[in-house]
Design a protein around this ligand. Structure first.
Ligand code: NAP
Length: 241
């Protein structure tokens, strides 16, 4: 799979880790399609990456994802790389967590990943090539105040490993990345004391950048990783060892 002009779709790409991934793939020659729920934001983000495209899509909407995949494949080209990244958190201790907070996180972080993989996989199977890269989280192993988020990310790992097994005969690889603590609007929204506490837990002594994640995505998208599938790669400066 050559990067030059290959189409790479990144969800949740108007900012944060998604934008960092889009930037790295763009710099390596992919034709990047930035997807986000925020139309003005994703259009503006795409304008900073010459030659990229954008689609405003709510990843929770199965039918909207289906038509986005068709329109990308008709207008731009076959999707070679799918990066499922759009995610939210609604943190609260479990005894106070509402049904709405549970449902909201599962709908974006788990159903959203299903929706994109479900519509992209048939084309990849037909072409006998493709890369699906799912952004999970170190929290998948359990984290206080994140029952909904951890469950969604553990679900992403189950989805990743199952798709890896089902799609391997078609030379499609499916892997997950678990970012540790990365500087984005999501983490900047934390209370300052919690932010500083997290920083102190990182053996490498610094917060990660969206580009730190983007470079590992680029490896998983490239020919260099063609015999790697079903893996869960932590990108966290040693946060979880
Ligand atoms: P972020 O800054 O909040 O960016 C997430 C993006 O996803 C936003 O642009 C958001 O758009 C978009 N989005 C939300 N709901 C959507 C929907 N229904 N349809 C389409 N797009 C939607 O978050 P981030 O920190 O970059 O996180 C990106 C991914 O990395 C997530 O899966 C997150 O769980 C994971 N992660 C992050 C960290 C970290 O330290 N930051 C650590 C581990 C894992 P709006 O702004 O319009 O809502």
């Amino acid at each position: 799979m050559t990067a030059v002009n290959s189409v790479a779709v990144v969800t949740g790409a108007q900012r944060g880790i998604g934008y960092g991934i889009a930037q790295v793939l763009h710099n390596r020659g992919y034709r990047v399609v930035l997807v986000d729920i925020d139309e003005a934001g994703v259009q503006a983000a795409s304008a900073t990456l010459a030659g990229s495209a954008w689609r405003a899509v709510d990843v929770r909407d199965y039918a909207a994802v289906a038509s986005a995949v068709s329109s990308i494949e008709e207008d731009i080209g076959p999707i070679a790389v799918l990066v499922n990244n759009a995610g939210i958190n609604r943190d609260r201790m479990f005894h106070r967590m509402s049904e709405a907070e549970w449902d909201a996180v599962i709908a974006v972080n788990l159903k959203g990943y299903f929706n994109w993989a479900r519509h992209v996989a048939p084309g990849m199977r037909a072409r006998r090539a493709g890369r699906i890269i799912n952004i999970a989280s170190a929290s998948w192993q359990g984290n206080v105040g994140q029952a909904n988020y951890a469950a969604s990310k553990a679900g992403v790992i189950g989805l990743t490993k199952t798709l890896a097994k089902e799609l391997a005969p078609f030379q499609i690889t499916v892997n997950a990345i678990c970012p540790g603590f990365i500087e984005t609007p999501m983490t900047r929204a934390m209370p300052e004391a919690a932010f500083q506490q997290m920083l102190q837990k990182i053996p490498m002594g610094r917060i990660g950048t969206p580009e730190d994640v983007g470079r590992v995505v680029a490896f998983l998208a490239s020919d260099d990783s063609q015999y790697v599938t079903g893996e869960v790669i932590a990108v966290g400066g040693g946060l979880v060892l």
